[in-house]
Structure formats: structure tokens, C-alpha cells
Design a protein around this ligand. Structure first.
Ligand code: CP
Ligand code: NVA
Length: 310
């Protein structure tokens, strides 16, 4: 077994390919056991704090159900209820939390706040989404792709839309597994150049390719996976109008899907907006994998928690 106990899960960039592979294979095994009705409890008695500064459906459900299935328990901590909202520092909060908890999951705005929390916490910290990254989602996505295609290496994933947290983590994860990741975004909404460069270097070392383009058709041609996400992320509500205008032409439609491989799947981290980033016929059609993908949040995160909190 790899020495992953005590590690933080903040960015896919920080974990090696072998370590991420360990997560995927444990997730696969735990998922199969659960489907057979066998429930192991490797985290019996462990307490996971779940801090949310943004709303959530999937992340909250999957962490709360997941830690319970592992024999532990999850404590939901909303931002407004903590003294953090009245100015208590992240450093003090982290040190106090560490005296009670065996792990901390955090969803917030600034990525740096998660890094800061982890710096002071003496228990593992899991990133449940920041403005810059969503690594747990991508582990669920990789699990889903592996289930559908039997492999990750050489798979082409086209991400169409906002160069946001999802785009960043998909580039990080895809690069590590030797995938071909294309991102098509309009000018002004491309992924962060520093993160693109970092992912491109990683891809080069792992036999993959990361490309940032503007034209969705060019990005999608021959893809096995067509992925999109909302045009207006949490915290960007005030930019909604200008974003909807900027992303016109970036909707994943049936005609765009026809440019992908014949057996291509459609993916979306959810929540989705039908008629904006994706046409209803696509997300509700036979190529859509979105609910398997959502379920896999549970299995991927149980594996992460087992490895770092066990
Ligand atoms: N995909 C995802 O993280 O969903 P929630 O915002 O509902 O947690
Ligand atoms: N990019 C979206 C993802 C939601 C899971 C957001 O940050 O709101």
C-alpha cells in the first residue's frame, strides 16, 4: 500500500500518476463491493468536517453518505455559522478543527484559502471545489471514463466553454493519464495560462496532449468525451449577462456531438442549464453519462478518504 495517509488532496497536480491510479483502483474495488452488498468500515469512528462557503448538492451528499458508509461521520459546517465569518483567522480555525476532526473537506472561493487551511491543519484537507480547481469531480470523471472505455490513455476529451475550475482540473487529470485534452473557450474566458503551461508539461511527460483552442468544432472532432460546465459559476452571478453573450456559439448541441467519435459520451459535472451550455437533447439523450458521473463522486471520494484518513 502506498504511503498516502495524512496527505492533503488539494490539487491533482500534487499527486503522481501512480497515486491517482491507486485512488481509481480502490474506488473501483469499493464500488464493486458496495454493489455486492458488502460494506467495509475502514474509517470506523472517524470524523470528517465539511465546510461549505458555497452551495452544493452532489459534493455534500457524496461526502456525507461516503464517510458514513466508511464507518465514520460527517459534520456539515456552513460558512455563516462559523466564527470565520466574524473574522477568526484560517490559521486558528484550522488548528482548532484539527483537535476535533480526522479530516477536513472544504468548498470555498479563493484557492489560496484552502492551501492556507492545509498549512495549519494537522489532519488531511480535501478540496471540495475552489474558484480554481475541482479535483474530486475529476477523479469521479476519470473513473467514469475508465468504466466506459476501459482505459484513460489515448482518450480524447474535449471541454467546451468556460476556462474555469473544471477546465483546470480536467487538464491536470487528463495530462497525468496520457489523455488528449482540448479546451475550446472564447477570448477572455480561456483557462489560466500558468495552469495550461503546467498541464502541458505534465502531459508531455505522460504521453498526453493539452491544447487550448477557440473553435468548439475543432476541439470536438473525433473526441471520445465531450464535456461542458456552466457559463456562470458560483460567485460570478453579477457577470451573468455578459457571460451568456460571450459564450453564444459554445452550446454542446446534437450537431456538435456528431463531430465527436460515434461512441462518444457527454459529460457535465452538474448542475446543468439546458438551453445554455448544453442542449436538452444531448444531456437527456443516449450519449449522456452525467448521472453515472454524479454517482461516481461517492466512489472516488470514498477511496480518497480511505487512503488519506485511514
Ligand atoms: N458537481 C458538483 O460539485 O456539484 P455540487 O455543486 O452540487 O456539489
Ligand atoms: N464551475 C462550477 C462548477 C460547479 C460544480 C462552479 O464553480 O460553480
Amino acid at each position: 500500500v502506498m504511503a498516502l495517509k495524512g496527505r492533503d488532496f488539494i490539487s491533482l497536480h500534487d499527486w503522481s500518476r501512480d497515486e491517482l491510479e491507486e485512488v481509481l483502483s480502490l474506488a473501483q474495488w469499493q464500488k464493486a463491493r458496495l454493489k455486492e452488498g458488502i460494506q467495509d468500515e475502514p474509517l470506523k469512528g472517524k470524523q470528517l468536517g465539511m465546510y461549505f462557503a458555497k452551495p452544493s448538492t452532489r459534493t455534500r451528499l457524496s461526502f456525507e453518505v461516503g464517510i458514513q458508509q466508511l464507518g465514520g461521520r460527517g459534520l456539515f459546517l456552513s460558512a455563516e455559522d462559523l466564527q470565520l465569518s466574524r473574522g477568526e483567522s484560517i490559521a486558528d480555525t484550522a488548528r482548532v478543527m484539527s483537535r476535533f476532526l480526522d479530516g477536513i473537506m472544504i468548498r470555498t472561493f479563493a484557492h489560496q484559502d484552502v492551501v492556507e487551511l492545509a498549512r495549519w491543519a494537522t489532519v488531511p484537507v480535501i478540496n471540495g471545489l475552489t474558484d480554481e480547481e475541482h479535483p474530486c469531480q475529476v477523479m469521479a470523471d476519470l473513473l467514469t471514463i475508465q468504466e466506459r472505455f476501459g482505459t484513460l490513455e489515448g482518450i480524447k476529451l474535449a471541454y467546451v466553454g468556460d476556462g474555469n475550475n473544471m477546465a483546470h482540473s480536467l487538464m491536470d487529470g487528463g495530462a497525468k493519464f496520457g489523455m488528449h485534452v482540448t479546451v475550446a473557450s472564447p477570448e477572455g474566458y480561456k483557462p489560466d495560462p500558468g495552469r495550461v503551461a503546467r498541464a502541458q508539461e505534465t502531459a508531455e511527460r505522460h504521453g498526453g496532449l493539452v491544447e487550448v483552442l477557440t473553435d468548439p468544432a475543432e476541439a470536438v472532432r473525433g473526441a471520445h468525451v465531450v464535456y461542458t460546465d456552466v457559463w456562470v459559476s458560483m460567485g460570478q452571478e453579477h457577470e451573468a449577462e455578459q457571460r451568456r453573450a460571450a459564450f453564444r456559439g459554445y452550446q454542446v448541441t446534437e450537431s456538435l456531438m456528431r463531430l465527436a467519435a460515434p461512441d462518444a459520451i457527454f459529460m457535465h459535472c452538474l448542475p446543468a442549464h439546458r438551453g445554455e451550455e448544453v442542449a436538452a437533447e444531448v444531456i437527456d439523450g443516449p450519449q449522456s453519462a452525467v448521472f453515472d458521473e454524479a454517482e461516481n463522486r461517492l466512489h472516488a471520494q470514498k477511496a480518497i478518504m480511505t487512503l488519506i484518513m485511514g
